[in-house]
Design a protein around this ligand. Structure first.
Ligand code: SF4
Length: 242
């Protein structure tokens, strides 16, 4: 079984704890206009590489001395669950070898809970608190995502919930309260929350792919990040910055 990826390399702390070997798997089922990895959305045009699950395991075993500070292997994207069977096999192999595992997912996979026994950490995006607005901006509602988040939390797995904060999309002051209420109502026990302020790092990649950059505006007003952080912390939610 092969995993298609468009990028791999080591990264410290941003994709899970410690130093990690990170595979960016190709393809995504959502269409966020702010996507910073468009080369993962159009894999055939951008070109991609393949590795078997055995190759990934061998690379990770070889890299073990470099996976320091509680590091491990993370699969991100694009959307890693689009290659579900190969991803599951790779995670099983890594856990079997005693290597810490994480995936970073948009959370829309109906079968996500099948992966939970093989995950040391789940990083999951919740891009909007409102189902209809989530659909408007990404092409998918948030109901499956929230169900997956709850299941992972109930399974006792540490979860990092990530929200890109984008002006005009999800970053008004009332959005801060709506997000906090949503997460409070879910009564999560093992979740931490991270806000990712909008940036335009992906813009040159879209241009290189010959595609117009779909996002207009989006920059976060001054003080808005701190506002979200304060609202969450006053709601008893743990905010992290990786
Ligand atoms: S879910 Fe992530 S990879 Fe997929 S389009 Fe949205 S930002 Fe890009």
């Amino acid at each position: 079984m092969k995993l298609r990826f468009f990028k791999k390399g080591f990264n410290y702390s941003a994709d899970g704890p410690g130093n990690r070997l990170v595979y960016h798997l190709s393809g995504c089922n959502l269409s966020c206009p702010w996507c910073a990895n468009p080369e993962g959305l159009f894999p055939l045009k951008a070109g991609y590489k393949e590795l078997s699950c055995e190759d990934v395991l061998a690379e990770a075993k070889q890299a073990k001395p470099l996976l320091f500070d509680g590091g491990g292997v993370t699969f991100t994207g694009g959307e890693p669950t689009l290659q579900f069977d190969a991803l599951k096999t790779a995670l099983q192999g890594l856990r079997g070898a005693g290597i810490s595992t994480a995936i970073e997912t948009n959370g829309t996979c109906e079968r996500l809970s099948e992966l939970l026994p093989y995950l040391s950490l789940l990083i999951i995006d919740v891009k909007h608190h409102d189902d209809e607005k989530h659909r408007k901006w990404t092409g998918s509602g948030n109901d499956v995502i929230l169900a997956n988040l709850k299941k992972a939390d109930e399974a006792g797995i540490p979860v990092w919930v990530r929200t890109p904060l984008i002006d005009g999309v999800n970053a008004d002051r009332q959005d801060a309260h709506a997000f906090a209420k949503l997460f409070q109502d879910l009564a999560l026990k093992n979740a931490s929350f991270e806000f990712l302020p909008y940036h335009e790092y992906g813009k040159p990649k879209w241009e290189k792919l010959g595609k117009p950059y779909p996002m207009q505006g989006g920059a976060l007003p001054a003080g808005r990040y701190d506002y979200f952080k304060t609202v969450f912390e006053e709601s008893g939610l743990t905010v992290i910055k990786t």
